[in-house]
Design a protein around this ligand. Structure first.
Ligand SMILES: C[S@@+](CC[C@H](N)C(=O)[O-])C[C@H]1O[C@@H](n2cnc3c(N)ncnc32)[C@H](O)[C@@H]1O
Length: 430
């Protein structure tokens, strides 16, 4: 629900913040309601201290700019829930002036650096893996502005969003699942419409299984149909309702359901993610990732332009894991993954471009009544089919609870302390 609020606003801060926002959001015109909405969302994302007057001093350069005569009145419609989060009734104007000042003095990288996961799926990259990736890419010392970043099985986009801010020549986010590509495209093209949909919908239904389950069933029906219909398409959609339903479903269709506040915190990452998508020339594609592994692939972009990639690219490849493909499979037939893994390992063995390849190294628990030792042995042997003694560099990462490990495999030696090569089969790589 929206509420009309009469605000007393500082002219200098308004002009500076508006100019910065137009430039960062690449817009010629921004409506006042959108301007205030963006300020509030970015302020909440950055946890701006609404009481801190220092922002205003930092964002202004002369006492005249802070004088009462430099203020004007404007009535703006603002979502009630957001107002409640920033200030009490008498302080709305003060809060918005502080938010404008905080925005003016914040470099864009404060929003676009290391954005935490927007939502989760099975096999998504958590904050630990995001940080490991960000530091690996940092240590590689690449010439970003000449390079294309390709996240070839990007799903939630967590790997790309978790990086620091770079001026890549291009960014390609690819996934075969239309629900993933649609969401990223909505974030890129229509983030405010997605946020409005979120703010207009009451999420209290998730608190009670009697109201949650029927709604979830409805959403999953829509999403299954959508994925089925578009699974062979290469054209990436921009369906805001599906993006919304997918986002909410991913937050509540799991053992530990996220609460309304957790979901709000995730939603606050949408605008930083949007900024990160538009600050680079970003393309979202729905192709088999194998396309991106060959030497010089030619990709048909959404605008039908052909893009020829050379070795000046960094490939991030987080496909369904060896041994547990069914959980994130994008192929109808899981058997295809044996050939897939061999093909991928061969391409990576020959790659002239740097890459980071991810694979879960902890075996799945309780498969076929195997003992943990047997499961571990099988996992290691499976991995050896593709990665043993191939001149790759391995980095073993302990995930949060330390019982799960993941391997980051690369053809680049970027960290002599943490990376090792697998040349002796008896090495303890898991
Ligand atoms: C392990 S998940 C990637 C997780 C991702 N890094 C994240 O943090 O959200 C694997 C993804 O690969 C996609 N996928 C599976 N096979 C693919 C293929 N052959 N080409 C492109 N994407 C594929 C799946 O749709 C799934 O989204």
């Amino acid at each position: 629900m929206m509420q009309d609020v009469s605000l007393k606003l500082n002219q200098t801060l308004w002009e500076k913040a508006m100019a910065k926002m137009k430039s960062e959001f690449k817009k010629n015109k921004i409506m006042s309601t959108d301007f205030i909405l963006i300020l509030i969302l970015l302020g909440l994302y950055k946890k701006v201290d609404i009481k801190n007057e220092d922002y205003i001093y930092l964002a202004t350069t002369h006492p005249d700019q802070r004088k009462d005569t430099n203020y004007f009145y404007k009535t703006i419609a603002i979502h009630k829930d957001l107002l409640a989060k920033i200030a009490t009734t008498n302080y709305y104007s003060h809060a918005i002036n502080i938010l404008m000042a905080a925005y003016i003095i914040s470099p864009i990288a404060e929003y676009t650096d290391q954005i935490k996961p927007l939502y989760t799926i099975v096999g998504y990259k958590n904050i630990t893996m995001q940080q490991e990736t960000a530091s690996a890419v940092g240590n590689m010392q690449l010439h970003h502005h000449d390079m294309t970043l390709v996240d070839a099985c990007c799903a939630t986009g967590s790997l790309f969003f978790g990086l620091n801010t770079y001026d890549w020549k291009q960014v390609i986010l690819n996934d075969l699942n239309p629900l993933r590509t649609n969401f990223l495209n909505v974030l890129k093209l229509e983030p405010l419409k997605l946020i409005d949909l979120y703010l207009e919908n009451d999420l209290s239904f998730i608190k009670n299984p009697d109201t949650k389950n029927p709604k979830l069933k409805e959403y999953k029906y829509d999403l299954d149909n959508y994925r089925e219909k578009r699974k062979k398409y290469h054209k990436v959609d921009c369906n805001i309702m599906i993006a919304y339903e997918m986002f909410i479903t991913q937050c509540i269709d799991k053992q530990h359901i996220e609460n309304v506040n957790d979901i709000f915190v995730r939603m606050l990452r949408f605008l930083p993610a949007h900024l990160k998508l538009i600050m680079n020339e970003t393309y979202i594609t729905q192709e088999d990732c194998k396309k991106y592994l060959v030497d010089s692939p030619t990709i048909t972009l959404p605008n039908k332009r052909l893009l020829k990639l050379d070795s000046n690219r960094l490939l991030l490849l987080d496909p369904p894991y060896v041994g547990t493909e069914h959980q994130c499979s994008a192929y109808d037939n899981n058997d295809k993954y044996k050939a897939f893994h061999s093909y991928v390992a061969d391409c990576l063995g020959k790659a002239k471009y740097p890459f980071l390849y991810y694979c879960r190294s902890s075996p799945s628990k309780n498969i076929n009544n195997l003992t943990p030792e047997e499961a571990k042995h099988i996992m290691k042997q499976r991995l050896s089919d593709y990665f043993f003694d191939r001149n790759f560099y391995f980095n073993k990462i302990y995930l949060d609870n330390n019982s799960l490990t993941e391997l980051m495999i690369s053809n680049k030696a970027y960290n002599p302390t943490s990376q090792f090569q697998w040349t002796d089969i008896s090495q303890n790589i898991l």
